[in-house]
Ligand binder design. Structure first.
Ligand code: ZN
Length: 424
């Protein structure tokens, strides 16, 4: 979207805002009503508090775009950007006589046209409610099919609810499941249920497009402050959703983790202390010990687990869980590893007091040592609370694995969502 269009759309939404539109308090009340509808579960760990600022923005962003809904192109929504689709900042410059188009090899652009970009999502997915819903349906994030409708909870009714258009004050999705049947001998009842029930979007007052936007930005490793500043979200909203994203991919990471190594394969193991330094201005401040495993020929086979202590019992239990017997394990000379030979592993050590690679066996633990650096860099600079520690570690592992498998992070995130909130 060019700058001109952006200005126009802002102007038009201001105009239509002038007409009596439901105020933020009306939206809140409606949200409460929807929540009350029976069966409205809160599967998401996110507790989003609504802000009047956000509600006002929702109205501006999604509500008014209905008239501009283009016929959706399902293939494009499903497959994402195709080569040549991507619009470039360079397009604007070309009007001014600069040549910054896709032909310029220095931008590495040809290589990345098949990945989800913010530009593509903004122009093809977030631009209208229709496109956002189509995107959610094609990616299994949400179902609006009649066969997936929830059952009416009115006593004795027991029929499937119908998808109904509703006012913006009722739900800013503009759609709601509803039953308005008249049962014999009864007054007509009206049961409503949010279309977000049981999805990752439930329990949030943001629009679906806004949630996807924040999640996309999270996958791109964008900072909280960038999201707040560029899009005007409340700080706690961004924090909550970023926490959600980390928890989600942490689950996804462990759901898809299998044992590593095998006969003839080499894995490196090591422990490292995360968090504050052990001795800080004279008094002891504890960090957290993490045990790590990485497979040499397949870097995506990585695992890091927080441990209470570094005893043979603790570490051996993890090794036996995650490393296939017969694997060659390389480690430093930490005494807890002495038992590995008796547990069905080949064990080579490198004594870091003398060298980094053992001159006789070639054993070294450079890979795992290097990954500690990356892992620690992915943590917030000033430390993190105990509760969030695991999810930061999980998110680091997830990103590491996806990158080493050459996967698009947003695509992988969507697949993680499907794993945790299975499509109906
Ligand atoms: Zn009913």
């Amino acid at each position: 979207m060019g700058l001109d269009n952006l200005q126009k759309s802002q102007e038009s939404s201001v105009e239509s805002n002038g007409v009596a539109s439901p105020g933020p308090s009306g939206m809140l009340a409606a949200a409460k009503v929807i929540r009350k509808a029976k069966g409205y579960s809160r599967p998401s760990p996110i507790s989003n508090r609504v802000s009047s600022r956000n509600v006002a923005r929702n109205e501006q962003r999604c509500g008014k775009s209905e008239g501009s809904c283009a016929a959706s192109d399902r293939k494009r929504l499903r497959d994402g950007p195709q080569p040549g689709d991507r619009t470039f900042i360079g397009n604007d410059f070309s009007r001014m006589g600069f040549n910054l188009g896709p032909g310029r090899k220095s931008y590495n652009r040809d290589k990345f046209t098949d990945k989800w970009t913010l530009d593509y999502l903004t122009n093809n997915v977030f631009d209208s409610l229709d496109n956002t819903f189509d995107f959610c349906m094609t990616h299994g994030l949400l179902s609006l099919k009649p066969e997936d409708a929830p059952i009416c909870t009115h006593p004795g009714c027991d029929t499937k609810m119908r998808l109904t258009k509703c006012s913006e004050s009722e739900s800013h999705d503009r759609l709601i499941w509803m039953c308005t049947k008249t049962l014999e001998g009864q007054k007509r009842h009206r049961t409503k249920c949010s279309i977000r029930n049981g999805t990752m979007f439930s329990s949030s007052n943001l629009s679906i497009a806004e949630i996807l936007l924040i999640c996309y930005l999270w996958t791109q490793d964008v900072s909280n402050s960038f999201v707040e500043f560029q899009y005007g979200f409340e700080g706690h909203t961004v924090v909550d959703w970023f926490n959600f994203c980390r928890e989600l991919v942490e689950i996804d990471f462990f759901l898809h983790s299998t044992q590593v190594g095998g006969p003839g394969k080499i894995v490196e193991i090591d422990e490292s202390k995360f968090g504050k330094r052990k001795y800080h201005r004279g008094h002891r401040v504890d960090g957290k010990w993490v045990f790590g495993i990485i497979e040499r020929d397949n870097l995506s086979n990585i695992l890091m687990v927080p441990v209470e202590n570094r005893t043979a019992k603790t570490l051996l239990a993890i090794i036996k869980d995650w490393v296939i017997p017969g694997t060659t394990i390389m480690s430093d000379c930490w005494k807890s590893y002495d038992c590995l030979e008796h547990e069905g592993f080949k064990h080579l050590t490198v004594n870091h007091t003398y060298n980094f690679v053992d001159p006789d066996t070639g054993a070294c633990t450079n890979l795992i040592e290097g990954s500690w650096l990356h892992a620690k860099k992915s943590f917030p600079k000033y430390g993190t609370s105990k509760d969030l520690f695991d999810s930061y570690l999980g998110a680091f592992l997830w990103r590491w694995r996806m990158r080493h498998n050459g996967r698009d992070l947003f695509e992988s995130f969507l697949s993680a969502v499907r794993g945790v909130y299975p499509p109906k």
